[in-house]
Ligand binder design. Structure first.
Ligand SMILES: Nc1ncnc2c1ncn2[C@@H]1O[C@H](COP(=O)(O)OP(=O)(O)OP(=O)(O)O)[C@@H](O)[C@H]1O
Length: 224
């Protein structure tokens, strides 16, 4: 049995992609979670949530440690089965935590090129927007934590997902890095991706948020 307040939300983009701007109708939902929850034995990791994310919409997810942010993002990306409820989303989905997306032995350029070969994104654009031009030939294993977060952002952009689930993409980033992260998120959304972002501080995204979920460990939850 699952207890906990059922959170329901539809996330609609405030900025339309070029394709959607020409349509009269609202952009379609790329991702839908219907009453999804997840438990581990007696632990309710994620209380029931019904979430619809339209093409080009950005949704931030906040909450204290253990409140279910990663669980939600992994379910949204199709990596983790919910204990109950259903996920709908047939287009390519990607989950990435800071530091994911590259092997230590690769150069930055190689890591981004591999992601682009799989997903069809643009290598040059990804490297530039992530602020990695000066590190292109550096080996990933020799980078700082913040530089590796930038590589993760670049590989996500190059991977060109329709559903991008970014787990703390601001981890270890300085002010310039957070601006780059916001630029990558904006680019993903303008391409029409549904973007979910778990973060402990959503201010770096400024106006580029179309919806927000606040999770709490023993909840309930609330949204705006
Ligand atoms: N594999 C697992 N086995 C058992 N419990 C788990 C497992 N994964 C997560 N949990 C539990 O589910 C709850 C939610 O975890 P989750 O990682 O989703 O939280 P979070 O909000 O992402 O936390 P953080 O801010 O620390 O990253 C926690 O109580 C955690 O202990």
């Amino acid at each position: 049995m699952c207890v906990g307040r059922h959170l329901t939300m539809t996330i609609t983009p405030s900025l339309s992609s070029a394709a959607d701007a020409t349509r009269a109708t609202a952009p379609p939902c790329v991702l839908e979670l219907q009453a999804c929850y997840r438990s581990y034995g007696p632990v309710l990791a994620l209380a029931p949530i019904t979430l619809r994310v339209q093409r080009g919409a950005v949704c931030t997810v906040t909450g204290p440690n253990g409140s279910g942010k990663t669980t939600l993002l992994r379910i949204a990306a199709g990596l983790l089965k919910p204990s109950g409820g259903a996920r709908t989303g047939d287009e390519p989905a990607l989950y990435a935590a800071a530091g994911d997306g590259a092997r230590a032995s690769q150069t930055v350029g190689q890591a981004v090129a591999v992601a682009a070969a799989l997903g069809g994104g643009d290598v040059e654009e990804a490297i530039e927007l992530a602020g990695l031009s000066a590190l292109r030939t550096s080996t990933v294993g020799e980078l700082s934590a913040g530089q590796r977060t930038r590589v993760t952002l670049a590989t996500v952009l190059a991977g060109n997902p329709a559903i991008a689930c970014l787990d703390e993409p601001d981890a270890h980033l300085d002010a310039d890095g957070r601006r780059c992260a916001a630029g990558v998120v904006d680019r993903l959304a303008r391409r029409g991706a549904a973007v979910l972002i778990a973060t402990h501080d959503r201010r770096w995204l400024e106006e580029r948020q179309d919806g927000h979920l606040e999770l709490s460990p023993s909840r309930g939850g609330s949204g705006d």
